[in-house]
Design a protein around this ligand. Structure first.
Ligand SMILES: Cc1cc2nc3c(=O)[nH]c(=O)nc-3n(C[C@H](O)[C@H](O)[C@H](O)COP(=O)(O)O)c2cc1C
Length: 206
């Protein structure tokens, strides 16, 4: 891991859509998950804030090439760090087909973290606040944005490239990830070692 300051990580965060295909080590994946929703306090506080501490986000991993993990879909438990395999096949190609527009980086990223959310619990919890029926949903998107930025900054510090993808067909994506109501996908973070064009220097490698 490269030790970079937060300021440097912010400065170097850029969308990357080309990956060189090398597998990610498992500890790198665990650090990305921790950045998204790691437990940092005795009361279950996490790395990202949550309205009323409801923590509606769920971490779904789409594994193509991660050392020590079979290709497939996993759900992460932020409390224990345990990964549970829910789909026993590589679904990246199908997820790419479920994207809006042509987005080959979905099929090529060795690892994808999909932030999913329980939209029902926040909708119920904030039902008495205007705009009625919408505030809970709004909070879910804000929380997903905060968690996604955490992951993107962690990715920079790991020397990884990342693209946030929110342009996909919701229902097809949910089906491929084996999500059940009330969970729905919010965004993918496609991650991998960046393909460095010839003649350029990678600040964070080595
Ligand atoms: C809400 C949101 C949705 C996005 N959806 C996609 C997407 O579906 N596909 C994609 O390739 N990039 C997507 N992006 C990445 C943007 O295209 C990218 O952030 C933008 O071009 C700015 O470039 P930068 O991230 O390098 O600053 C999305 C970004 C955000 C914030």
């Amino acid at each position: 891991m490269t030790d970079v300051s937060l300021t440097l990580a912010l400065e170097h965060r850029r969308t990357c859509r080309e990956f060189d295909g090398r597998a990610l080590p498992l500890p790198v994946v665990h650090r990305l998950l921790w950045a998204a929703q790691g437990i940092t306090g005795a009361m279950g506080e996490r790395t990202a804030p949550s309205a009323h501490a409801l923590h509606p986000l769920r971490l779904v991993l789409v594994v193509g090439a991660v050392e020590g993990l079979e290709s497939g879909v996993y759900v992460a438990d932020p409390q224990t760090g345990r990964l549970t395999m829910t789909v026993h096949r590589d679904v990246r190609g199908e997820l790419q087909a479920a994207a809006l527009d042509d987005q080959p980086w979905i099929g090529l990223a060795p690892f994808m973290l999909t932030l999913c959310a329980d939209f029902v619990a926040p909708a119920r919890d904030f039902a008495d606040q205007p705009p009625y029926g919408q505030r809970g949903e709004r909070y879910v998107y804000i929380e997903a944005g905060a968690a996604a930025q955490n992951v993107q900054l962690q990715a920079v510090s790991e020397g990884l490239g990342c693209v946030l993808v929110a342009g996909f067909k919701d229902e097809a994506t949910a089906n491929l990830l084996d999500l059940n109501t009330p969970l729905a996908p919010v965004l993918h973070l496609c991650l991998g070692w960046p393909q460095i064009p010839d003649g350029t220097v990678d600040l964070f490698s080595g």
